[in-house]
Ligand binder design. Structure first.
Ligand code: SF4
Length: 348
């Protein structure tokens, strides 16, 4: 009955989304990776851009990582783009271009977790693997009165077992789309209309007055501050960039030369400290050094507190750090940069 009520609700109320009109596993995979940590409205334009720019997995595999990062610019969580690109190359080089068609095969792709593997397996191949995202957790925790803290392995196993019994084996694709839509559109975090709900008779949380208490959330990781001091080194219409390296946020993206500290630098030392730093990067003092804007950039577990400086040079700067390079405005447009740097440059 659960499945029937859900699918009836979905027929009337489900969302029309471009990636729901295809069984092409490559397109579904693209949409699922884009939608991780991204709102549907923002995801739509990136999805159509990727499908147009890279119509087949071969096109994606043939592109350079830099091109893919540029296409991804503005979406954040850039490891998704790097993994997408690496997985496309793996499928083309190791699997002869055939996208895997089993849950385990899909799960073995870089950047694909249990949720994404279940979504692709069910949407593209009609395999009965239930999807479990935040919306599904909320709806099912309330419906069945489950108070295991979500976001833990134990909760995942518990919800997966229950959903494997509930899933419609004939139409697992519709079931999964319906359950995500119901959680997202109807059984919302706050203010859901329980009196008008098609599940109200059997919903444990509604009948026990626990709607606001479920789901129970696991404790969050504390958010830490990072202090970034960026210097915008200019000469004519050129500026200096440096590529971020592996092992940290924004790997492979370009940014302005940076000093990072674990505590803020006192205001009175700022210019002196940057002047000294410039000598180690460029070897000579700038004609002019001034303090620019301050910006705060929020990531999931980090708050970046950025202070920008502008250093103007009259002669072409002689860079002493070989990882830095001088680029003009045309080249800048082709390079992938973080949203923080993009915000700064747009502000100028
Ligand atoms: S009755 Fe309320 S809490 Fe229960 S499933 Fe419906 S909307 Fe969610």
């Amino acid at each position: 009955m659960f499945s029937k009520i859900l699918l009836d609700w979905y027929t009337e109320n489900g969302r029309q989304l471009p990636w729901r009109n295809t069984e092409n596993a490559y397109y579904i995979w693209l949409s699922e990776i884009i939608l991780q940590q991204t709102r549907i409205e923002q995801g739509r334009s990136y999805y159509s851009h990727f499908v147009t720019e890279y119509p087949t997995i071969l096109d994606l595999a043939k592109a350079s990582e830099q091109q893919v990062l540029k296409s991804w610019q503005g979406l954040g969580y850039y490891s998704r783009a790097r993994n997408l690109h690496a997985a496309a190359r793996y499928v083309v080089e190791e699997l002869g271009g055939r996208f895997p068609d089993t849950y385990e095969g899909i799960l073995s792709l870089k950047g694909v977790g249990r949720y994404t593997a279940a979504a692709i397996a069910s949407f593209a191949y009609k395999l009965p693997y239930p999807v479990i995202d935040g919306n599904v957790y909320r709806f099912i925790a309330r419906m069945y009165g489950i108070d295991t803290p979500i976001g833990t392995d134990q909760a995942y196993r518990e919800f997966e077992q229950l959903l494997s019994r509930l899933i419609d084996r004939e139409r697992p694709d519709l079931f999964n789309q319906a359950i995500m839509d119901f959680g997202s559109l109807y059984c919302k975090p706050t203010g859901c209309d329980c009196y008008g709900c098609v599940f109200r008779q059997d919903c444990v949380a509604f009948n026990k007055g626990k709607v606001d208490l479920l789901p129970v959330k696991a404790k969050k990781t504390a958010v830490k501050d990072r202090y970034f001091y960026y210097v915008d080194i200019r000469w004519n219409d050129h500026l200096v960039l440096r590529k971020r390296e592996a092992g940290d946020i924004w790997q492979g993206l370009y940014e302005l030369p940076l000093v990072e500290t674990d505590k803020p630098i006192a205001q009175r030392w700022l210019l002196g400290r940057m002047r000294k730093q410039l000598l180690s990067w460029v070897g000579e003092a700038p004609a002019q050094l001034e303090i620019g804007p301050e910006m705060v950039h929020q990531l999931t577990h980090r708050t970046i507190k950025a202070q920008f400086f502008r250093a103007n040079y009259q002669e072409k700067p002689h860079l002493m750090d070989e990882k830095m390079r001088i680029v003009d405005m045309d080249e800048l447009k082709t390079l992938p940069i973080s949203r923080l740097i993009d915000r700064y440059l747009s502000k100028l």
